[in-house]
Ligand binder design. Sequence first.
Ligand code: ASP
Length: 336
Amino acid sequence: MQKKVLIIYTGGTIGMVETEDGYATKSGYLHKVLGRMSELFHSGMPHWELIEFERICDSSNISISDWSAMAHTIRDNYDKFDGFVILHGTDTMAYTASALSFMLEGLGKPVILTGAQIPIGQARSDARDNLISSVIIAGEGRVPEVCVYFGKKLLRGNRSTKVSADEMEAFSSPNFPPLATSAIDIRYIDSLIRPAGNMLEVVDFAEDMPIAVLKIFPGIQFKMFENIMTENLKALVIEAFGVGNIPQYDAELLPLIRKAADNGTIIVVCTQCLRGKVQLGTYETSSALKKAGAVSGGDMTVEAAVTKLRYLFAKRCSPGRIKSLMEKDLRGELSE
Ligand code: ASP
């Protein structure tokens, strides 16, 4: 029987047109273009349907409610389709992919996010391959995970990150190999693919969730951050140097972090490096973070760490449990 794929169009360059103010989304436009793409109606292709969101946006504008809309659209159509493709802007695609990997609990079908660096209406657009291959992968159903397909690679969504602003291979998953690559055929690496869940449930994230990300740099004056590190701050992701190091010259940081930890703020340390993992305590410059109550984000991307925190808050876990689960692999986002 012909497989069925639901394409969910949320916005992004893929369906944008040129305007006086630069590229912008245009309602109804993508639907017309897809209707004229003969490849999408080839006999080997799955049957597809398109849902266009009422508010299609540049993904810089993506919000928590958009993530909920995506997750609920998948749940509401779950039994009718074999897989799902989400067309999305590239700027925040890795955040959305990470968020959905946590929100779609018990997922048993492919959810493939894709987009393009060049709009579909332009001659050199990368949209065609990204879209057609994503629809095929979603229909084949061999990867029951939230993934990003881009530039001939299928990546685990919560391992992905945007690494190039202007190349066609815009995404990478630096700490995890691609789940599949696209050559003459699509080559899946079955041993890397997670098993399918058997009952889908959506975990909605709260919109109001004060989380901050603090990138460390030489010369940083920690006093500047005192005002945000109050008891209202639920979590702080520190993007530290190397394996989790921070400067020691500034006597203000550790009392601040200690105070934040005492306030109940969860402190997670990720690395600024593209590859490798945080190992608190390897150096003197990270031992203090550990002593102050911070936990290691291991080899998680910041996108995964931020959305995992939202997920654990949504599950109403206690601070102690959140700390321990941040160091555990839940959806393939972390190498333990
Ligand atoms: N600004 C665009 C977006 O994220 C970029 C893109 O789609 O490539 O929506």
